[in-house]
Design a protein around this ligand. Structure first.
Ligand SMILES: Cc1cc2ncn([C@H]3O[C@H](COP(=O)(O)O)[C@@H](O)[C@H]3O)c2cc1C
Ligand SMILES: O=C(O)c1cccnc1
Length: 345
Protein backbone atom coordinates (compact mmCIF):
# COMPACT_ATOMS: atom_id res chain seq x y z
CA UNK A 1 0.00 0.00 0.00
CA UNK A 2 1.09 3.51 -0.66
CA UNK A 3 0.93 4.73 2.93
CA UNK A 4 -0.70 8.16 2.67
CA UNK A 5 0.88 11.32 4.01
CA UNK A 6 -0.26 12.26 7.51
CA UNK A 7 0.45 15.68 8.97
CA UNK A 8 1.06 16.10 12.71
CA UNK A 9 -1.73 18.15 14.31
CA UNK A 10 0.58 20.43 16.34
CA UNK A 11 -0.17 24.14 15.77
CA UNK A 12 0.95 26.34 18.66
CA UNK A 13 -1.06 29.40 17.59
CA UNK A 14 -4.32 27.46 17.16
CA UNK A 15 -3.69 25.55 20.41
CA UNK A 16 -3.35 28.85 22.26
CA UNK A 17 -6.61 30.16 20.76
CA UNK A 18 -8.43 26.94 21.62
CA UNK A 19 -7.10 27.00 25.19
CA UNK A 20 -8.19 30.63 25.57
CA UNK A 21 -11.68 29.71 24.30
CA UNK A 22 -11.87 26.80 26.77
CA UNK A 23 -10.63 28.98 29.62
CA UNK A 24 -13.30 31.65 28.96
CA UNK A 25 -16.15 29.14 29.33
CA UNK A 26 -18.36 29.57 32.41
CA UNK A 27 -16.52 27.20 34.72
CA UNK A 28 -13.59 27.36 37.09
CA UNK A 29 -10.31 27.21 35.19
CA UNK A 30 -9.55 23.60 34.18
CA UNK A 31 -12.74 22.28 35.80
CA UNK A 32 -13.69 20.04 32.88
CA UNK A 33 -10.47 18.11 33.36
CA UNK A 34 -9.50 15.82 30.51
CA UNK A 35 -12.53 16.80 28.45
CA UNK A 36 -10.62 20.05 27.95
CA UNK A 37 -7.59 18.26 26.49
CA UNK A 38 -9.94 16.25 24.30
CA UNK A 39 -11.66 19.42 23.04
CA UNK A 40 -8.24 20.87 22.23
CA UNK A 41 -7.29 17.72 20.30
CA UNK A 42 -10.56 17.83 18.30
CA UNK A 43 -9.87 21.44 17.36
CA UNK A 44 -6.32 20.66 16.26
CA UNK A 45 -7.45 17.64 14.22
CA UNK A 46 -10.03 19.75 12.39
CA UNK A 47 -7.82 22.89 12.33
CA UNK A 48 -10.56 25.04 13.81
CA UNK A 49 -11.69 26.66 17.06
CA UNK A 50 -15.16 25.17 16.47
CA UNK A 51 -14.83 21.46 15.62
CA UNK A 52 -18.02 19.84 14.34
CA UNK A 53 -18.38 16.05 14.43
CA UNK A 54 -20.39 14.76 11.49
CA UNK A 55 -21.74 11.31 10.51
CA UNK A 56 -19.66 9.20 12.93
CA UNK A 57 -19.10 5.65 11.68
CA UNK A 58 -18.48 2.58 13.82
CA UNK A 59 -16.68 -0.04 11.73
CA UNK A 60 -15.98 -3.58 12.99
CA UNK A 61 -13.32 -5.59 11.12
CA UNK A 62 -13.55 -9.37 11.55
CA UNK A 63 -11.12 -12.17 10.68
CA UNK A 64 -9.86 -15.57 11.73
CA UNK A 65 -6.43 -16.62 12.90
CA UNK A 66 -4.33 -19.69 12.14
CA UNK A 67 -3.04 -19.51 15.71
CA UNK A 68 -6.57 -20.19 17.00
CA UNK A 69 -6.08 -23.87 16.08
CA UNK A 70 -3.28 -23.96 18.68
CA UNK A 71 -5.56 -23.44 21.67
CA UNK A 72 -4.70 -19.78 22.36
CA UNK A 73 -8.35 -18.85 23.00
CA UNK A 74 -10.93 -20.11 25.48
CA UNK A 75 -13.50 -20.21 22.63
CA UNK A 76 -13.69 -22.03 19.29
CA UNK A 77 -12.91 -20.29 16.00
CA UNK A 78 -16.51 -20.54 14.80
CA UNK A 79 -17.43 -17.86 17.33
CA UNK A 80 -15.90 -15.30 14.94
CA UNK A 81 -18.46 -15.78 12.17
CA UNK A 82 -21.28 -16.48 14.63
CA UNK A 83 -20.61 -13.17 16.39
CA UNK A 84 -20.52 -11.36 13.02
CA UNK A 85 -24.02 -12.76 12.42
CA UNK A 86 -25.02 -11.69 15.93
CA UNK A 87 -23.73 -8.17 15.24
CA UNK A 88 -25.62 -8.02 11.93
CA UNK A 89 -28.76 -9.12 13.77
CA UNK A 90 -28.24 -6.36 16.35
CA UNK A 91 -27.67 -8.62 19.35
CA UNK A 92 -24.01 -8.12 20.29
CA UNK A 93 -22.81 -5.74 23.02
CA UNK A 94 -21.46 -3.39 20.36
CA UNK A 95 -24.85 -3.47 18.60
CA UNK A 96 -26.65 -2.41 21.78
CA UNK A 97 -24.19 0.32 22.77
CA UNK A 98 -23.99 1.66 19.21
CA UNK A 99 -27.78 1.80 19.02
CA UNK A 100 -27.94 3.65 22.33
CA UNK A 101 -25.35 6.14 21.07
CA UNK A 102 -27.01 6.53 17.66
CA UNK A 103 -24.01 5.15 15.78
CA UNK A 104 -24.39 3.26 12.49
CA UNK A 105 -22.34 0.03 12.47
CA UNK A 106 -20.60 -1.40 9.40
CA UNK A 107 -19.21 -4.94 9.54
CA UNK A 108 -16.23 -5.86 7.37
CA UNK A 109 -15.29 -9.46 6.58
CA UNK A 110 -11.53 -8.98 6.46
CA UNK A 111 -10.81 -12.71 6.41
CA UNK A 112 -13.30 -14.84 8.30
CA UNK A 113 -13.21 -18.60 7.66
CA UNK A 114 -16.87 -18.60 6.62
CA UNK A 115 -18.85 -17.51 3.57
CA UNK A 116 -21.32 -14.80 4.46
CA UNK A 117 -24.41 -14.09 2.42
CA UNK A 118 -24.13 -10.50 1.16
CA UNK A 119 -26.39 -8.03 2.88
CA UNK A 120 -26.85 -4.47 4.05
CA UNK A 121 -24.24 -3.37 6.57
CA UNK A 122 -21.70 -6.06 5.64
CA UNK A 123 -18.71 -5.36 3.41
CA UNK A 124 -17.13 -8.49 1.93
CA UNK A 125 -13.41 -7.76 1.77
CA UNK A 126 -12.05 -11.21 2.60
CA UNK A 127 -8.31 -11.54 1.97
CA UNK A 128 -8.37 -15.29 2.75
CA UNK A 129 -10.31 -17.67 5.00
CA UNK A 130 -8.19 -16.89 8.06
CA UNK A 131 -4.46 -16.25 8.36
CA UNK A 132 -1.85 -19.00 8.32
CA UNK A 133 -0.52 -20.35 11.63
CA UNK A 134 2.15 -17.83 12.71
CA UNK A 135 3.97 -20.52 14.67
CA UNK A 136 4.75 -22.26 11.37
CA UNK A 137 5.48 -19.30 9.11
CA UNK A 138 4.24 -15.76 8.45
CA UNK A 139 0.53 -15.29 9.17
CA UNK A 140 0.16 -13.35 5.92
CA UNK A 141 2.20 -12.97 2.79
CA UNK A 142 3.53 -9.48 2.12
CA UNK A 143 0.98 -9.17 -0.70
CA UNK A 144 -1.90 -10.14 1.62
CA UNK A 145 -0.76 -7.62 4.22
CA UNK A 146 -0.56 -4.89 1.56
CA UNK A 147 -4.02 -5.86 0.30
CA UNK A 148 -5.45 -5.70 3.83
CA UNK A 149 -3.94 -2.26 4.49
CA UNK A 150 -5.32 -1.01 1.17
CA UNK A 151 -8.77 -2.53 1.80
CA UNK A 152 -8.97 -0.80 5.21
CA UNK A 153 -8.17 2.52 3.53
CA UNK A 154 -10.77 1.90 0.83
CA UNK A 155 -13.45 1.13 3.43
CA UNK A 156 -12.81 4.51 5.07
CA UNK A 157 -12.90 6.34 1.72
CA UNK A 158 -16.31 4.76 1.04
CA UNK A 159 -17.84 6.05 4.29
CA UNK A 160 -19.06 9.58 5.04
CA UNK A 161 -18.33 11.67 8.09
CA UNK A 162 -15.31 12.91 10.00
CA UNK A 163 -15.21 10.45 12.90
CA UNK A 164 -14.23 6.79 12.69
CA UNK A 165 -14.88 4.50 15.68
CA UNK A 166 -13.12 1.17 15.33
CA UNK A 167 -13.81 -2.34 16.61
CA UNK A 168 -12.83 -5.92 15.81
CA UNK A 169 -13.93 -9.53 16.07
CA UNK A 170 -11.57 -12.48 15.66
CA UNK A 171 -11.05 -15.46 17.92
CA UNK A 172 -7.33 -15.61 18.72
CA UNK A 173 -6.64 -11.94 18.05
CA UNK A 174 -5.39 -11.08 21.56
CA UNK A 175 -2.44 -13.30 20.55
CA UNK A 176 -1.62 -11.23 17.46
CA UNK A 177 -2.07 -8.05 19.50
CA UNK A 178 0.28 -9.30 22.24
CA UNK A 179 2.88 -10.33 19.65
CA UNK A 180 2.78 -6.88 18.04
CA UNK A 181 3.08 -5.26 21.47
CA UNK A 182 6.12 -7.41 22.19
CA UNK A 183 7.89 -6.72 18.91
CA UNK A 184 6.88 -3.14 18.14
CA UNK A 185 7.13 -1.81 21.70
CA UNK A 186 9.57 -4.23 23.34
CA UNK A 187 7.09 -5.24 26.05
CA UNK A 188 8.05 -8.72 27.36
CA UNK A 189 5.53 -11.51 26.71
CA UNK A 190 5.08 -11.94 30.48
CA UNK A 191 3.42 -8.51 30.49
CA UNK A 192 1.88 -8.54 27.00
CA UNK A 193 -0.01 -11.86 27.13
CA UNK A 194 -3.29 -12.12 28.99
CA UNK A 195 -6.39 -14.25 29.40
CA UNK A 196 -8.18 -12.97 26.30
CA UNK A 197 -11.65 -14.52 26.31
CA UNK A 198 -10.94 -16.13 29.67
CA UNK A 199 -8.14 -18.69 29.66
CA UNK A 200 -7.30 -20.07 33.11
CA UNK A 201 -3.81 -19.66 34.59
CA UNK A 202 -2.52 -22.85 32.93
CA UNK A 203 -4.01 -21.73 29.62
CA UNK A 204 -2.19 -18.40 29.84
CA UNK A 205 1.10 -20.25 30.51
CA UNK A 206 0.53 -22.37 27.37
CA UNK A 207 -0.44 -19.31 25.32
CA UNK A 208 2.68 -17.47 26.42
CA UNK A 209 4.94 -20.44 25.62
CA UNK A 210 3.45 -20.78 22.14
CA UNK A 211 3.76 -17.04 21.48
CA UNK A 212 7.40 -17.18 22.60
CA UNK A 213 7.95 -19.77 19.86
CA UNK A 214 6.24 -17.49 17.36
CA UNK A 215 8.54 -14.61 18.30
CA UNK A 216 11.55 -16.88 18.05
CA UNK A 217 10.55 -17.99 14.56
CA UNK A 218 10.23 -14.39 13.33
CA UNK A 219 13.11 -12.94 15.37
CA UNK A 220 15.06 -11.82 12.30
CA UNK A 221 12.34 -9.45 11.08
CA UNK A 222 12.72 -5.72 11.73
CA UNK A 223 10.51 -3.70 9.39
CA UNK A 224 7.05 -2.88 10.83
CA UNK A 225 5.27 -4.06 7.67
CA UNK A 226 7.11 -7.40 7.85
CA UNK A 227 6.21 -7.80 11.51
CA UNK A 228 2.56 -6.98 10.84
CA UNK A 229 2.50 -9.63 8.08
CA UNK A 230 4.28 -12.26 10.17
CA UNK A 231 2.32 -11.78 13.39
CA UNK A 232 -0.89 -11.27 11.65
CA UNK A 233 -4.43 -10.53 11.77
CA UNK A 234 -6.21 -9.52 8.55
CA UNK A 235 -8.54 -7.45 10.73
CA UNK A 236 -5.56 -5.83 12.48
CA UNK A 237 -3.91 -4.92 9.18
CA UNK A 238 -7.21 -3.55 7.83
CA UNK A 239 -7.66 -1.55 11.03
CA UNK A 240 -4.18 -0.09 10.56
CA UNK A 241 -4.97 0.79 6.94
CA UNK A 242 -8.26 2.36 8.00
CA UNK A 243 -6.52 4.49 10.63
CA UNK A 244 -3.86 5.70 8.21
CA UNK A 245 -6.51 6.76 5.69
CA UNK A 246 -8.68 8.37 8.38
CA UNK A 247 -5.75 10.40 9.71
CA UNK A 248 -4.77 11.38 6.16
CA UNK A 249 -8.31 12.80 5.78
CA UNK A 250 -8.08 14.41 9.26
CA UNK A 251 -10.88 12.31 10.69
CA UNK A 252 -11.02 11.73 14.44
CA UNK A 253 -10.26 8.06 15.25
CA UNK A 254 -11.85 6.51 18.34
CA UNK A 255 -9.79 3.48 19.36
CA UNK A 256 -11.55 0.60 21.15
CA UNK A 257 -9.70 -1.97 23.29
CA UNK A 258 -6.49 -3.98 23.33
CA UNK A 259 -6.62 -5.24 19.76
CA UNK A 260 -7.54 -1.94 18.10
CA UNK A 261 -4.84 -0.22 20.17
CA UNK A 262 -2.34 -2.83 18.87
CA UNK A 263 -3.44 -1.91 15.34
CA UNK A 264 -2.80 1.74 16.24
CA UNK A 265 0.70 0.74 17.37
CA UNK A 266 1.29 -0.91 13.98
CA UNK A 267 -0.11 2.12 12.13
CA UNK A 268 2.11 4.42 14.21
CA UNK A 269 5.14 2.34 13.27
CA UNK A 270 4.29 3.06 9.61
CA UNK A 271 3.32 6.74 10.07
CA UNK A 272 4.03 8.20 13.54
CA UNK A 273 1.63 11.17 13.15
CA UNK A 274 -1.41 8.85 13.02
CA UNK A 275 -1.26 8.82 16.84
CA UNK A 276 -2.28 12.51 16.94
CA UNK A 277 -5.71 11.64 15.50
CA UNK A 278 -6.51 8.87 17.99
CA UNK A 279 -8.83 9.19 20.97
CA UNK A 280 -8.47 6.20 23.30
CA UNK A 281 -11.81 5.02 24.64
CA UNK A 282 -10.76 2.91 27.59
CA UNK A 283 -8.21 1.00 29.60
CA UNK A 284 -9.40 -2.58 29.93
CA UNK A 285 -8.62 -5.62 32.02
CA UNK A 286 -6.56 -7.50 29.38
CA UNK A 287 -3.01 -7.91 30.76
CA UNK A 288 -1.09 -5.96 28.12
CA UNK A 289 -3.60 -3.15 27.63
CA UNK A 290 -2.12 -0.73 30.20
CA UNK A 291 1.43 -1.19 28.85
CA UNK A 292 0.18 -0.68 25.31
CA UNK A 293 -1.56 2.56 26.25
CA UNK A 294 1.57 3.76 28.06
CA UNK A 295 3.62 3.08 24.94
CA UNK A 296 1.17 5.14 22.93
CA UNK A 297 1.18 7.85 25.64
CA UNK A 298 -2.57 7.49 25.75
CA UNK A 299 -4.83 8.59 28.58
CA UNK A 300 -8.04 6.66 27.98
CA UNK A 301 -11.45 8.13 28.75
CA UNK A 302 -12.99 5.17 30.60
CA UNK A 303 -11.81 2.44 32.96
CA UNK A 304 -14.62 -0.09 33.38
CA UNK A 305 -12.54 -3.28 33.67
CA UNK A 306 -14.00 -4.39 30.33
CA UNK A 307 -12.23 -6.99 28.18
CA UNK A 308 -14.54 -7.47 25.25
CA UNK A 309 -13.47 -5.60 22.15
CA UNK A 310 -15.96 -5.43 19.23
CA UNK A 311 -15.98 -1.63 19.42
CA UNK A 312 -18.04 -1.81 22.62
CA UNK A 313 -15.90 0.71 24.52
CA UNK A 314 -15.57 3.02 21.53
CA UNK A 315 -19.38 3.22 21.41
CA UNK A 316 -19.53 3.88 25.16
CA UNK A 317 -16.93 6.65 24.91
CA UNK A 318 -18.64 8.40 21.98
CA UNK A 319 -20.93 10.61 24.11
CA UNK A 320 -17.82 11.95 25.89
CA UNK A 321 -16.24 12.92 22.56
CA UNK A 322 -19.50 14.65 21.63
CA UNK A 323 -19.49 16.40 25.01
CA UNK A 324 -16.01 17.81 24.41
CA UNK A 325 -17.05 19.29 21.05
CA UNK A 326 -20.35 20.49 22.52
CA UNK A 327 -18.50 22.26 25.30
CA UNK A 328 -16.41 24.22 22.79
CA UNK A 329 -19.37 25.12 20.60
CA UNK A 330 -22.35 25.56 22.87
CA UNK A 331 -21.14 26.50 26.32
CA UNK A 332 -21.41 30.17 27.22
CA UNK A 333 -18.36 32.27 27.97
CA UNK A 334 -18.00 34.61 30.96
CA UNK A 335 -18.57 37.47 28.48
CA UNK A 336 -21.63 36.04 26.72
CA UNK A 337 -23.37 34.92 29.93
CA UNK A 338 -22.44 37.95 32.04
CA UNK A 339 -20.82 35.78 34.70
CA UNK A 340 -17.95 37.25 36.70
CA UNK A 341 -14.57 35.67 36.12
CA UNK A 342 -11.72 35.29 38.62
CA UNK A 343 -10.75 38.91 38.20
CA UNK A 344 -14.33 39.92 38.95
CA UNK A 345 -14.74 41.32 35.41
C1 LIG B 1 -18.82 -14.72 22.53
C2 LIG B 1 -17.66 -13.77 22.29
C3 LIG B 1 -17.90 -12.46 21.87
C4 LIG B 1 -16.83 -11.60 21.67
N1 LIG B 1 -16.78 -10.33 21.28
C5 LIG B 1 -15.54 -9.93 21.24
N2 LIG B 1 -14.70 -10.92 21.58
C6 LIG B 1 -13.26 -10.74 21.72
O1 LIG B 1 -12.59 -11.97 22.00
C7 LIG B 1 -11.70 -12.35 20.97
C8 LIG B 1 -10.26 -12.26 21.42
O2 LIG B 1 -9.95 -13.08 22.49
P1 LIG B 1 -9.07 -14.42 22.30
O3 LIG B 1 -7.75 -13.98 21.76
O4 LIG B 1 -8.98 -15.01 23.66
O5 LIG B 1 -9.82 -15.29 21.34
C9 LIG B 1 -11.96 -11.39 19.83
O6 LIG B 1 -12.90 -11.93 18.95
C10 LIG B 1 -12.48 -10.17 20.53
O7 LIG B 1 -13.21 -9.34 19.68
C11 LIG B 1 -15.49 -12.00 21.87
C12 LIG B 1 -15.25 -13.32 22.27
C13 LIG B 1 -16.31 -14.20 22.48
C14 LIG B 1 -16.05 -15.62 22.92
O1 LIG C 1 -9.44 -5.39 25.40
C1 LIG C 1 -9.91 -5.97 24.42
O2 LIG C 1 -10.14 -5.35 23.38
C2 LIG C 1 -10.16 -7.46 24.48
C3 LIG C 1 -9.77 -8.22 25.54
C4 LIG C 1 -10.03 -9.57 25.54
C5 LIG C 1 -10.69 -10.15 24.49
N1 LIG C 1 -11.07 -9.41 23.47
C6 LIG C 1 -10.81 -8.08 23.44
Amino acid sequence: MNVPEILPIADAALAARLQQRIDRKTKPLGALGRLEALALQLGLVQRTEAPVLTAPQLVVFAADHGLARRGVSAYPQDVTWQMVENMLAGGAAVSVFARQAGLPVTLVDAGVAHDFAPREGLLLRKIAAGTADASQGPAMTAAQCEAALAAGAEVVRSLPGNVLLLGEMGIGNTSSAALLLARLAGVPLEAAVGRGTGLDAAGVVRKRALLAQVLERHAALRAPADLLAALGGFEIAMLAGAMLQAAHERRVIVVDGFIVAAAALAARALRPAVRDYCVFSHRGAEAGHAALLRTLQAQPLLDLEMRLGEGSAAALAWPLVQAAAGMLNEMASFESAGVSDREGR
